[in-house]
Unconditional design. Sequence first.
Length: 370
Amino acid sequence: MNRAVTMHDLVVAGIALVAGMLAAFLLRMLTRWLARHAKRTRWEGDDVLVGALRTLLPWAAIAGGAASAAAVLPLTSTVQRHTNQVLTVLLIFVATVTAARVVAGLVQTVTQSRSGVAGSATIFVNITRILVLAIGFLVVLQTLGISIAPLLTALGVGGLAVALALQDTLANLFAGIHILASKTVQPGDYIRLSSGEEGYVEDINWRQTTVRNLSNNLVVIPNGQLAKANMTNYMRPEHQLTILVQAGVGYDSDLEHVERVTTEVVTEVMTEITGAVPDHEPAIRFHTFGDSRIGFTVILGVGEFSDQYRIKHEFIKRLHRRYREEGIRIPAPTRTVALHQDGTLPPTAVDQPLPQDTRIPHQREEPAPQ
């Protein structure tokens, strides 16, 4: 347009700007009200969506008001085009950041709900955020009239060089993706590697896996090493597991009585100790005629791996106390050593090892007769 700006144009443009700002304020209040209601639901995804709308909608209203004001004013075609480009880029930027936040938040919500723990697998969150931001950047370039085909070609050639230079890093990246995609390890699982490292998986990011052991120290394991190692996951296919406790009683014991008393102690521990499995069926299995006792195995149920130490501790204390009350004897290994008058061992005991606490009586040498 070639005409001059009139007072009417300024008033209408001002009304458009004020309307856009008022709409942004009202939308902000509306999304705040929605956020309060979203917090009352159990699904965390609606909190992420409402939080994204609180950012996107007010900026969209302001950009709409500015575009309306620019359309009313008698601007030249060049200024009008540049104004529209700036507003479009602003909207694309806000939409890209909002989309990255939404996608990353939803991915984090899904990973947390599947693992069932507070830790998160940040590798998927970071990858999705970078991808969304990269797509938004390419859209901005295309909007500004910059051809992205040469840029993609250059990125392809440069990406090959970077891939060759960062082989170990990329190997850890894809190993982490494979670990999470195959669901062999999830944040919150208790794992033990063949190399000896063990603990709860805190996080799996683009390069490494962080494990917290029972002493509350963090162990950092590269994803490539974790993918290649022999590993035991004590949380798969379920958290509950059984532990074995070895015990033994004397040969003079009534085994029916021993089994009944042990079963009562197992039931007591399973129902009273935190971390035990109340519906676990007690199991006692006699298996060995030992040197001084009859050995058997007691099978206990625990809720998860770290509970076994507390449950085993309480079970041994209560079983020992109950055996003393019932008169059930837990014999210690003993061995009898016989000596001839000349101090030599009998043929049946020559090759048998002696316990550390066994003492051979000292033979005093008598003087030869004159």
